[in-house]
Design a protein around this ligand. Sequence first.
Ligand code: GLN
Length: 483
Amino acid sequence: MHQLTLAEIARGLADKKFSSEELTKTLLARIAQLDPQLNSFITLTEDLALEQAKAADARRANGETGALLGAPIGHKDLFCTLGVRTSCGSKMLDNFKAPYDATVVAKLAAAGAVTLGKTNMDEFAMGSANESSYYGAVKNPWNLEHVPGGSSGGSAAAVAARLLPAATGTDTGGSIRQPAALTNLTGLKPTYGRVSRWGMIAYASSLDQGGPLARTAEDCAILLQGMAGFDPQDSTSIDEPVPDYSASLNGSLQGLRIGVPKEYFSEGLDPRIAQLIHTSIQELEKLGAVIKHISLPNMQHAIPAYYVIAPAEASSNLSRFDGVRFGHRCEDPKDLTDLYKRSRAEGFGPEVQRRILVGAYALSAGYYDAYYLQAQKIRRLIKNDFMTAFNEVDIILGPTTPNPAWKIGAKNSDPVSAYLEDVYTITANLAGLPGLSMPAGFVDGLPVGVQLLAPYFQEGRLLNVAHQYQLNTDWHLRSPAGF
Ligand code: GLN
């Protein structure tokens, strides 16, 4: 039963082949047996899951239908869940039980999804390896000595290991697409504003966006359907109708114009990954797509701009964790300053502290113009490059990451080398565009992802291309040995 996709689960539940309660019990037992190897969950919500599963079975017995009704999922542990620890992978929030549900959590629960638990993540979503979690590193099910990617690494590892059919993630600079690529999943970062950020603990508010991680594009369509939509509680949420994503999967790719930017194939890309990306391009050409060679000339400035803007926003967002209102508080503070200082020094790990320092520096008087303002100008240039490209092409294609998953600990002494792994993903966040990563093959037994980017609100187009590709390839069907 653990091999079933969301789409297959929906059919199985509708045909009464099994109940949501049976499925939930099977997966909880599997998690108890296998997750100690992976560390993909921070908190399991067994009681809540069984209660939701029984309620979903009762709703189905009353004639209700729905693709998510009774479907087990997990939530990245930065989506607030009422009464359940929401840690954001940090000691700072180890004792924090959210007093409300994030909009995404509430919407999925209303659609009948069953929450099995909260998944491990890089502390405050800062990272691309899932090594910065207070709860320890997550292991990649394809090779337990390697990272699963981050920051949604727990969601990715759990889905890749068939502990869950699908899970939520968030993507500020690649944290859905990159772990999807490194664990052989399909992951979608929606257009900025498509999915509500209300109740999603903020890292960099102008970049953060929640989205689905699953094995197939078909399943991403189902999960995104349950997550997307206008939310008056989030002032950056966009009041646009949500299309039927599953209905968009079957369009023909005949004549689809795919732009391949030359900057995506520059130095730094593992040539074996380049080869697999070229093979996936040929596959899409067979389906009728037309390839155009394009340029995104400002891409080289994306990493420096992102690593100013994201820490700047983080330094502001994380100022609320002061030891007073919620989260970690130091013992016996001498005075208020000591309380702030020690609570924050004890509660935040080294990567989070580094980002707060960089961000506060970039925003400080005298440096603002030199760093933050410049970075914002680069951001606009990057967006303009995409707008120019999308005058000529329907989607943009390239690798998701320059390398396959690295060994746990390999980049610990050099944070910048980890930042460079984001080179292909962060431009979509800077521009607010939707992006998807899907399986494209293996290098040394480790998965490789191909990334697709589309114009604003064209999630349906991304899912369509990915689904057609998956009907004609089998990379996404491979599962890691031992799971
Ligand atoms: N790796 C990037 C960072 O560390 C992106 C993380 C994310 O998307 N949450 O900031």
